[in-house]
Design a protein around this ligand. Structure first.
Ligand code: G4F
Length: 338
C-alpha cells in the first residue's frame, strides 16, 4: 500500500526538502499551504514541474489559526505520518510579535496534535506525529545540549516551541499517540529566506563581490551556532517516525561556529575581507540572544543511524556559490535590458 504523509509548512525550506525525500521513497505527500502564490510555492518548483512527482503531491489550503480547517485537512489527507513544521520561525521577529508567535508556533502545534488524535481515534489507525522542535528551546543552557538538557528559552519563539514540545509529550503519555519531538539545531540551505543570518551573509558576499560599494549590516557577531544542512536534517525527521518507539531526539553536527567565522568563509569564497564591508547595527541586536548552541546528537547517531553529511565549510560554500550564480544572472539580465 502507498504510504501517505502530511506536511504542514510544506512550502518552507524543511517542508520542501522533506517532500522531495518522501516522494523519492514512493510516498504520496499531502501538504498544508497558507498561500498559493508563485513565490510561496517556489521551493516546490522542481516537484511541481515534474509530472511523475506532481501526481503524488496533494496541496490543501489551510491555516494554523483555524482548528476546523486543520481537522478537515488531517481527515482528507488520512496520512500515516504527520510532520508538523509550520509556524513563525524567526527568533528576532518573535520579540516584536510574541503573542502571534505563541499562537502559531505554540498553539498551532496543539491544534494539529488534537486533529491527529481525533483522526486516529475515529479511524483506529495509527498516525505518527513529528513535532519540529528547536535548539532555541535550550536558550541559556550550557553547551553541548542533548535530550536531557533542561530548557531555558530566551525568546518568545523559544517559549512557544517549549509549549509545543510539552504538548507533544503529554499527547504521547496521556493518549498513547506515537508523537515525537525532533530538537533540531540550526539547519540551512539556499532555500532559506534571506532574513536568517547564513543566507543574509551569503547573499551579501555575492552582491558585494559584484558591487564593492555595498555594505552589510548585522547584529551579534559573537553568537555561536551549530549549523548543518537542511537536506541532511529532514532525513532524521523521517527516521524518527520509522523508529519502534516514540522518543525525543537531538539533531546536530556537534560543532559550533560564530557569526564571524561564517563571515570569514563566505567572504573568503569571493576573495574579500569581510571587515571591509560589514557594519554592526545596534537595531539588529535582539533584546536577548542565545550565545552558544552546540548539540550532542549521540542518541540519533546510535539509535537512528543518522549522521550529518555536510560540514560547516561545505554548507557556507554551497550557499555562497548559489548566491553568486543568482547575483551574476541578475547582473547579466540587467546588462541585456540596457
Ligand atoms: O539565523 P538566525 O536568525 O537563527 P536563530 O535565531 O539561531 O534561529 C534559527 O535556528 C533555530 C534553531 O536553533 C530555529 F529554531 C529557528 O527557527 C531559526 O531557524 O540567527 C543566528 C544568530 C543569532 O544569534 C543572531 O542574533 O545570528 C545572529 N545574527 C547577527 N546578525 C543575526 C544577524 N541573525 C539574523 N537573522 N540577522 C542578522 O542580521
Amino acid at each position: 500500500m502507498t504510504q501517505r504523509a502530511l506536511i504542514t509548512g510544506i512550502t518552507g525550506q524543511d517542508g520542501s526538502y522533506l517532500a522531495e525525500f518522501l516522494l523519492a521513497r514512493g510516498y504520496t505527500v499531502h501538504g498544508l499551504v497558507r498561500r498559493r502564490t508563485p513565490e510561496a510555492l517556489s521551493n516546490l518548483a522542481s516537484v511541481l514541474e515534474d509530472p511523475a512527482r506532481r501526481a503524488r503531491l496533494v496541496l490543501h489550503d489551510g491555516d494554523l489559526a483555524d482548528p476546523l480547517a486543520l481537522a478537515r485537512v488531517v481527515e482528507r489527507a488520512d496520512a500515516g505520518e504527520v510532520y508538523h513544521l509550520a509556524g513563525q520561525t524567526h527568533v528576532g521577529r518573535s520579540f516584536a510579535a510574541p503573542e502571534a508567535t505563541i499562537a502559531t508556533t505554540g498553539l498551532g502545534a496543539v491544534r494539529v496534535l488534537e486533529a491527529v488524535r481525533a483522526h486516529r481515534d475515529r479511524t483506529r489507525r495509527e498516525v505518527r506525529y513529528y513535532q519540529a522542535g528547536s535548539s532555541e528551546m535550550f536558550g541559556a543552557a550550557r553547551a553541548p545540549q542533548d535530550e536531557r538538557t533542561p530548557f531555558a528559552p530566551r525568546s518568545p519563539y523559544g517559549a512557544a516551541k517549549v509549549l509545543a514540545h510539552h504538548a507533544t509529550v503529554v499527547a504521547r503519555e496521556a493518549y498513547g499517540l506515537f508523537a515525537v519531538n525532533g530538537i533540531l539545531f540550526n539547519h540551512e540551505s539556499p532555500r532559506r529566506p534571506e532574513e536568517f543570518v547564513t543566507r543574509k551573509v551569503a547573499c551579501a558576499a555575492a552582491r558585494i563581490r559584484l558591487d564593492p560599494a555595498r555594505r552589510l549590516a548585522l547584529g551579534n557577531l559573537d553568537a555561536r551556532r551549530d549549523w548543518g544542512h537542511a537536506r541532511d536534517y529532514v532525513e532524521a525527521m523521517w527516521r524518527m517516525l520509522q523508529h519502534d518507539r516514540p522518543l525525543d531526539w537531538v539533531v546536530a553536527t556537534g560543532v559550533a561556529h560564530s557569526v564571524r567565522e561564517l563571515l570569514e568563509v563566505a567572504f573568503g569564497r569571493v576573495g574579500l575581507d569581510w571587515r571591509d564591508h560589514v557594519d554592526v547595527d545596534p537595531a539588529l541586536l535582539r533584546p536577548l540572544d542565545v550565545e552558544d548552541l552546540r548539540g550532542d546528537a549521540s542518541r540519533a547517531r546510535a539509535e537512528l543511524g543518522w549522521r550529518p553529511r555536510t560540514s560547516f565549510e561545505e554548507l557556507v560554500l554551497e550557499l555562497t556559490e548559489a548566491e553568486l550564480e543568482r547575483a551574476q544572472a541578475v547582473s547579466v539580465g540587467a546588462a541585456h535590458a540596457r
